[in-house]
Design a protein around this ligand. Structure first.
Ligand code: PFF
Length: 451
């Protein structure tokens, strides 16, 4: 007889863990460069719309599947819809989370390296305009990127090793308040910079032309999925550890609100800094936080170094709590499937995903520098998950709860039976979310294979 399923100690513990999963590289590294490339404020508005029209309903759908299923992501589909093909979403979830974690660990490793480089003074010695070389020099190496990736993954594995309550819940109860404090402190400092007005205008006063650009919508839906950890079973897995008493809609509302606030405040930290030095542009792409920001930090002098250390620490911790949720998807699956203990499953899945990350770590100039369809190994892993399997997973989940699952069960699990909100939720999942996701999926496929 298997042991009783692990559980979070409290609803707050669950919410913090879910916020920990949601708040990550996506809110800082990815949000800032995507917003920077897509025109700032217009993107922000569309993004918020996507979060509430698509993200929130799908998040609540994942919470209800997880809690009803009381199992890992594959098991949850098998329990809620036995013998049906909906379980494909579960299988896709395990694969996607595994692949994402492989390269997520590499980027988080870069973040840890940057934090250390500012701590030791090495980064502060970089000359003006020198961070592009500093960054490409580091990621193009062999030992460096792998060392930091493995170190990061070792911490992730350690936390998951301790289990739901003592590892995941405990760490998030410390990390989340800590992140909030550091983020608000940094935002306060950013607002005192000369570029604050211009940075805020970039973030909050929209360029209306951007609303007619379909690419902005596609980026916004993609970002909404990634940032809320949707479409790959992380939220399904976490919700399976939640007690029956906790109310799901308020939990989903809190997670979405905190995640969105976190991204907006991260924007308030980053854009004033970027605009303080006019030679620098906000649309630098993925290298924004690794090349542009360090440049800015160094131009600020002593306060800039401190800012840099706190900033990269913040990003590293945010990445850590997200990576933990990614690993838990596989661990919980392996535990049930192989009937292994948590310790054994964590080590096996953790080591396997770390090994899979090594080619990504070595793909930026190291021995794995080759391209697949024009992408480096790391970018390839990113692109297939982010543009294809993630939205596909979300699409199936929305359809499952909207059409496939017994509507009464779905509403009962969320406590929304016979309510206007419940009806609205089901129809969002039936129509709005699938159409929105399908549209971006088609765009992504055309963009990838036919242009
Ligand atoms: N939501 C995380 C972020 O914004 O960085 C990334 C992520 C974590 C995606 C966990 C998916 C996931 F299952």
């Amino acid at each position: 007889m298997a042991l009783a399923r692990e559980q979070f100690g409290s609803k707050l513990g669950f919410i913090l863990a879910a916020v920990g999963s949601a708040v990550g590289l996506g809110n800082i590294w990815r949000f800032s460069y995507v917003a920077g490339e897509s025109g700032g404020a217009a993107f922000l508005l569309i993004y918020i719309l996507c979060i509430f029209l698509i993200g929130l309903p799908v998040l609540l759908a994942e919470f209800s599947i997880g809690r009803r299923g009381q199992s890992d992501v594959v098991g949850a589909f098998n329990k809620t819809a036995p013998g049906t093909p909906w379980v494909i979403a579960g299988v896709l979830g395990v694969l996607t989370s595994f692949i994402i974690l492989s390269f997520y660990g590499v980027i988080a490793g870069w973040v840890m390296y940057f934090m250390t480089a500012f701590l030791t003074g090495q980064a502060s010695g970089v000359e003006e305009g020198g961070f592009a070389d500093f960054f490409t020099g580091f990621i193009g190496g062999s030992i460096g990127p792998v060392f930091w990736q493995v170190l990061f993954m070792a911490i992730v594995i350690l936390i998951v090793f301790f289990g739901v309550k003592k590892g995941i819940e405990f760490s998030n109860k410390i990390f989340m308040p800590l992140l909030a404090v550091i983020l608000i402190m940094l935002a306060g400092f950013s607002l005192t910079l000369d570029g604050a007005g211009e940075g805020l205008a970039f973030l909050f006063s929209p360029d209306w032309n951007a609303f007619t650009n379909p690419e902005v919508y596609a980026s916004a839906v993609g970002q909404a999925f990634f940032t809320l950890s949707l479409g790959m079973g992380a939220m399904i897995t976490y919700a399976s550890y939640l007690s029956k008493e906790a109310r799901l809609p308020s939990a989903a509302g809190s997670v979405v609100t905190m995640d969105t606030l976190f991204a907006i405040i991260a924007g308030i930290v980053i854009f004033p800094a970027v605009f303080t030095f006019s030679s620098i542009e906000p649309d630098a792409g993925p290298a924004l936080i690794f090349i542009v920001l360090p440049e800015v930090f160094n131009q600020m002098g002593g306060a800039g170094t401190l800012f840099a250390i706190f900033f990269f620490f913040l990003v590293a911790v945010a990445a850590l709590s997200s990576a933990v949720s990614l690993l838990e998807v596989s661990v919980s699956y392996v535990m049930r499937q192989m009937n292994w203990t948590r310790h054994k499953a964590t080590l096996a899945a953790g080591i396997a995903v770390t090994l899979l990350g090594i080619p990504s770590a070595l793909s930026q100039g190291g021995p794995f520098t080759f391209t697949i369809g024009g992408f480096s190994f790391l970018d390839f892993m990113d692109v297939i998950t982010d543009r294809i399997t993630l939205p596909l997973g979300g699409f199936i989940i929305a359809l499952f709860v909207g059409w496939g699952w017994n509507k009464i069960d779905a509403l009962r699990e969320t406590g929304l039976t016979d309510s206007v909100v419940g009806t609205l939720w089901i129809w969002m999942l039936r129509i709005v979310a699938p159409i929105g996701i399908l549209w971006i999926l088609i765009q992504n496929i055309i963009g990838l294979f036919f242009t």
